[in-house]
Unconditional design. Structure first.
Length: 167
């Protein structure tokens, strides 16, 4: 298993799969938003930003698979992004379940120089308050499935980061 992870971490395939996973997650979110009318809250938009970030990272990393040092950097940065994704996903679920209470307003909270909600409002504009995510399948909500997916992505990413130091 360890050798499989070492090999996978050096291949284009991992980064390509990560791009496809990110596009599927973003596509699913946009489907729920525009086809099913489930509007995103600020936490959902934060999740979208994290997914968008790891897709962009994977698109760059795919060109550097020949460099062990670059792969360590990209796997480390990807692990940080995945940790942020897990944290945001947990917040979505915690608010939905009432485990935490907080102010979840309509402002994205990004600085003016990084105004994704102004640049691409069709994807990154907050349109509702937090507290609810739709049921996806078998009484599993979007928040629950997102947390499971993000934890799996973090575990894989962290494992690849650790094994990237073993040549």
């Amino acid at each position: 298993m360890q050798q499989f992870l070492v090999d996978l971490g050096k291949q284009h395939r991992y980064w390509a799969i990560l791009i496809l996973v990110g596009i599927a997650l973003e596509g699913g979110a946009l489907y729920y938003q525009y086809v099913l009318g489930e509007w995103p809250c600020v936490l959902c938009i934060h999740v979208r930003i994290a997914v968008f970030a790891f897709v962009l990272l994977a698109m760059v990393a795919i060109f550097f698979t020949g460099s062990a040092m670059a792969m360590r950097f990209f796997h480390g940065l990807n692990s940080l992004l995945m940790a942020w994704l897990v944290e945001r996903s947990w917040q979505v679920l915690a608010v939905e379940r009432g485990w935490v209470f907080g102010d979840c307003g309509m402002s994205l909270g990004m600085p003016e120089w990084f105004a994704l909600d102004k640049w691409l409002p069709s994807v990154f504009e907050v349109q509702t308050a937090c507290g609810y995510t739709p049921v996806i399948l078998f009484d599993i909500t979007m928040a629950e499935s997102l947390l499971v997916i993000s934890i799996a992505l973090l575990i894989i990413s962290a494992a690849l980061f650790v094994t990237s130091w073993q040549d």
